[in-house]
Write a protein that binds this ligand. Structure first.
Ligand code: ZN
Length: 75
């Protein structure tokens, strides 16, 4: 399973894998997930925070680039 919000998918801190499975013994929806690639455990809320951070970074990058374009001298 993938943890995604909009177009952004959370990935494993350790190996970058985007597929997770619920940790053993977790009920649905699982609050703790295990990376499919390396087996690292990750809390669902931590993955959602990672997506929130990525969303903010993308928004900042977009603002930066539009600011830079505005500052650029006209050709
Ligand atoms: Zn992993």
């Amino acid at each position: 399973m993938r943890i995604c919000v909009g177009h952004i998918t959370a990935c494993c801190d350790q190996c970058g894998c985007e597929d997770f499975q619920p940790a053993p013994g977790e009920t649905t929806p699982a609050q703790e997930l295990v990376c499919f690639g390396c087996g690292l455990r990750a809390a669902r809320c931590a993955l959602l925070m990672q997506i929130a951070d990525a969303t903010v970074r993308r928004a900042e990058a977009f603002l930066d680039s539009s600011r830079r374009q505005r500052k650029a001298p006209p050709r």
